[in-house]
Design a protein around this ligand. Structure first.
Ligand SMILES: [Zn+2]
Length: 351
């Protein structure tokens, strides 16, 4: 059942008289009670008969309400299942697109009726093309992308080291030292303040074939993918890969299964969980903190009050740090350990 069919079924329930809400349960019961009361007050009937009738009608009202609720729960369950299937289909399709398997994407579009977002496809294709070129040893298209996005790569939380590493890989491939030096003069010198440019340039002094830099290839593909995805608001990692990774290698499924074996029915239905009722240890690369809350002030960080990392590695909000520096102090003691951090040493963090 797809989502629209599941929603139509819910709408039908809402419009049907047997299952739509006929007012609060109390009102329904009040009606029966007042009727019974009238009959009793009239004095014509045997009170025992009236009470037995009342009991019967209350039981019937309860059954009717339960029947209606059952239909609603079934309808809502179907919507939930349809949403899950839809989301799963989208994630699988996204994963196929990211791998450049466009034939599989179009087959899936035909089968599911979903559409792969056009803009996303343009980005996926470009990313795929540039990465293939990098893997084949040609970084020219990656460099072109960098110069087209130079302003972005320079802005906070950058400057990104990507353009430097791309130029560096070109430099290391140039066989003639003279040519390499002239390339460095033009393309590497601008990175002198932030990168070990001089060290790199002097690598020309090694006899051909003996440079220790020869086999030192930076993870250009990983770097490029990260910058590209950040630039275009795409998830850095494939959602499908993340889910499978956490479920299998990350051990989430094992932990859940074990807890279910031990706890049995007390854990309730998995579908009703709002969060995992047990701890699942995750590798550091899979810990996501898009929001930072200062452990001192308990306030959420903002651009005006950003998170700051102290020398010891503890992180607090800027305002909390400023408060610790009160009285013209040059450095402040970390609220969590004995280490002191000078005013300049605290580093802004980006989440
Ligand atoms: Zn500390």
């Amino acid at each position: 059942m797809d989502i629209s069919a599941a929603l139509t079924a819910l709408e039908q329930l809402a419009s049907s008289t047997s299952t739509s809400s006929s007012g609060p349960l109390n009102a329904l019961l009040d009606e029966h009670f007042s009727l019974a009361r009238q009959r009793l007050l009239s004095g014509d009937e045997d009170p025992r008969v009236v009470i037995t009738d009342l009991q019967k009608s209350v039981v019937k009202a309860k059954k009717d309400v339960e029947k209606g609720l059952k239909a609603w729960y079934a309808g809502l369950g179907n919507v939930g299942k349809a949403v899950e299937k839809d989301a799963l289909d989208r994630i699988v399709m996204d994963s196929l697109g990211r791998r450049g398997l466009w034939e599989a994407v179009s087959a899936m579009q035909d089968e599911t009726g979903l559409t792969y977002d056009g803009e996303k496809r343009v980005f996926s294709e470009e990313l795929h093309r540039i990465i293939q070129a990098i893997e084949a040893g040609d970084v020219s298209s990656a460099l072109e992308w960098c110069s087209a996005n130079a302003a972005y790569l320079q802005s906070p939380p950058h400057p990104s080291p990507l353009p430097y590493h791309l130029h560096r890989s070109v430099f290391l491939r140039i066989a003639s030292p003279t040519d390499a030096l002239s390339y460095a003069r033009v393309h590497l010198m601008p990175y002198l303040p932030s990168q070990p440019v001089l060290q790199l340039i002097t690598s020309c002094l090694y006899r051909p074939g003996s440079s220790p830099y020869m086999h030192d290839t930076s993870p250009l593909v990983v770097m490029f993918r990260a910058e590209y995805c950040r630039r275009h608001g795409l998830a850095k990692d494939e959602p499908l890969e993340v889910v499978v990774d956490l479920g299998s290698r990350g051990g989430a499924l094992n932990v859940i299964e074990k807890a279910r074996r031990v706890m049995g029915d007390r854990l309730g239905n998995v579908r009703s969980w709002q969060e995992l009722p047990m701890e699942v240890p995750l590798p550091p690369s899979r810990r996501y903190h898009s929001v930072f809350v200062c452990p001192v002030s308990k306030e959420q960080a903002t651009d005006a009050n950003p998170p700051k990392m102290l020398t010891c590695g503890h992180v607090i909000a800027q305002e909390s740090f400023t408060r610790l520096l009160k009285g013209g102090r040059r450095s402040a003691k970390c609220p969590y350990c004995p280490m002191e951090t000078s005013q300049q040493a605290a580093q802004r963090l980006y989440f």
